[in-house]
Write a protein that binds this ligand. Sequence first.
Ligand SMILES: *Cc1c(COP(=O)(O)O)cnc(C)c1O
Length: 400
Amino acid sequence: MTPTGTQIPVARPFLDEQETEAVRRVVLSGWLTQGPEVEAFESEFAAFVGARHACAVSNCTTALHLALQAVGVGAGDEVITVSHSFIATANAIRYCGALPVFVDIEAGGFNIDPTLIADAITPRTKAILCVHQMGMPCDLASIVAIGKRFSIPVVEDAACASGSEILWDGQWEKIGKPRADIACFSFHPRKLLTTGDGGMLTTGNSEYDAKFRLWRQHGMSVPDTVRHGSKRVIFESYPELGYNYRMTDLQAAIGRIQLHRLPGFIAERRRLAERYRQQIGQIAGLEAPVEPSWARTNWQSYCVRLPQWLDQRDAMQLLLDRGISTRRGVMTIHREKAYAGDHTHRVAGSLARSVAAQENAIILPLFSQMTDTDVLTVVDALQDAVETLGSRPLKAGQAH
Ligand SMILES: *Cc1c(COP(=O)(O)O)cnc(C)c1O
């Protein structure tokens, strides 16, 4: 089949002349890497989420690495998390020499099932790394309560959750306001707010924040900016092993514009998600994602569960033939080759729901410039998938 009409990508970042102008300003300033723009972006992001500290880094994976190291995760320790996530979640645990311990996701949703955490705890458990998957807040209140009960720090993988909100003591708060110990954000182009690549750590803990700032710049005692501005000669020292995890000023300048746009992006996505929900509700067997009463997602991804009998790949191919890009459900880390062997992870209980979510769900196109017509085009194709693929007999030997 030849695709006709417009192509609908699964996601598309939105940037224009404003970001271009911001980068131009930085290029001409002569200060390219971590400097005044990073500092300004950090304070604006901290104010946006309501955190005392925000520290910018090169991406969310490096943010996760620093966060886990700050709460004391090291060689031989265990960190409880989900397999149903992007691989970087678990990779960051292994960078610390620790072992990811995978628990399953909740029934009906795509986030960690808090009731499974306590049984996965051992004397080696040094942190819980929860994920706000696809921007949907996980049950942070329950997870933080478990962390308190067992004296285990909680780190949030908030890679997808810039601008997502959670109800806390009757008030809506942004993800990143310190309720757990540290939250880590991503600014990859697949997320709502992008700087090309980039990450941010938010925390209420000044000691953690000081560690992030030391470690992100080679463990150097004096930041470049301070040395540069000093009227006296300064010799720096290197008290600890550090990394080069800096964000550049070019990225931060883009991030400041994007942060300004974020509430508008989210409002538009909420409108489109509501359109999807209304339409998808009319197709038997399809399950639209649901926000718990205490959560407001930024709709980073709109992930729909297909009927059990519908082959995921066939459905995705039908949509692709009509110029519509989709992605399958979030990966399961424990089934990747990089996670083969007992030394790479431990599974606590069954991961059946995680596997089912990967194999039964698909992510539909959603981006702020998408039109209502685009939504209808996607939904029409989905309806055809359910109707035509459902009635097709299985090919000989084809396993479903
Ligand atoms: C995107 C993503 C990451 C990695 O973010 P980078 O900024 O690309 O390093 C980590 N965790 C989750 C859940 C993600 O979606």
